[in-house]
Design a protein. Structure first.
Length: 176
C-alpha cells in the first residue's frame, strides 16, 4: 500500500513496450515505430517521416537523430532497428528501390502514412497517444526540458509543458 502509484498511462505504456520487444509475430517496422513512441515520446507523424540518414549503425553502436543531437539507442531496441533497416517493407517495387525513408510508403518517393501507422498500432493494442504522453512524463523527470527539447526535436515550450504535467521540478537546475 505504501508504494507510489504509477502516473496515468504508465501501465499501458509498459505493457505496449513489453509486447513490442517480445512479440516476434509483429513486423520489425511496426515494432520499431511503436518503440519510438513508447521510449522517446515521438509523435507518429514524425516517426513516419524519419529517413535512413537519421540512423547511424557504426562502431558497434546504433544511434538515432530525432532533434539536434544523436541518441544512443538501447538494446534490444537497437537490434530491432537494425533488423528493420535491413528488411524495410515496400522496397521491392521498381518505384522504391532506393527509398530514403525509414518507413517507405507504397507510392514512390513517399513515406508511410502516419494515419496508417496509427491505425496499425491501435490494432496491435498500442495506445500511441497514451504511450507517448506517459513516455514524456517519465523523460521529464530524468532530464531538464531544454535538454529534452534539443535531443527529441520538440520546442522548449512543449518540453516545459510536459515537465509541468509530469510534476517535474527543474526550476533549480540552472543554479546547480
Amino acid at each position: 500500500q505504501g508504494a507510489e502509484a504509477c502516473p496515468p498511462g504508465t501501465d499501458a505504456r509498459l505493457a505496449a513496450f513489453r509486447r513490442l520487444l517480445l512479440d516476434e509475430t509483429l513486423t520489425p517496422g511496426d515494432r520499431i515505430a511503436g518503440c519510438l513512441v513508447a521510449l522517446y515520446g515521438q509523435q507518429v507523424s514524425r516517426i513516419a517521416a524519419l529517413r535512413t540518414t537519421d540512423i547511424s549503425c557504426a562502431a558497434g553502436s546504433t544511434r538515432l537523430k530525432l532533434g539536434a543531437d544523436w541518441l544512443d539507442v538501447p538494446e534490444p531496441v537497437a537490434t530491432l532497428l537494425r533488423q528493420h533497416l535491413r528488411n524495410r517493407t515496400n522496397m521491392t517495387t521498381a518505384a522504391n528501390p532506393a527509398s530514403p525513408w525509414l518507413f517507405p510508403g507504397q507510392l514512390a518517393g513517399e513515406h508511410r502514412s502516419y494515419r496508417r501507422l496509427v491505425r496499425v498500432l491501435h490494432q496491435l493494442g498500442i495506445p500511441a497517444r497514451a504511450s507517448r504522453l506517459a513516455a514524456w512524463r517519465e523523460l521529464a523527470r530524468q532530464a531538464p526540458p531544454a535538454v529534452l527539447a534539443d535531443a527529441l526535436g520538440v520546442s522548449p515550450g512543449t518540453a516545459m509543458r510536459h515537465a509541468l504535467l509530469g510534476s517535474a521540478d527543474w526550476s533549480a537546475y540552472a543554479a546547480r
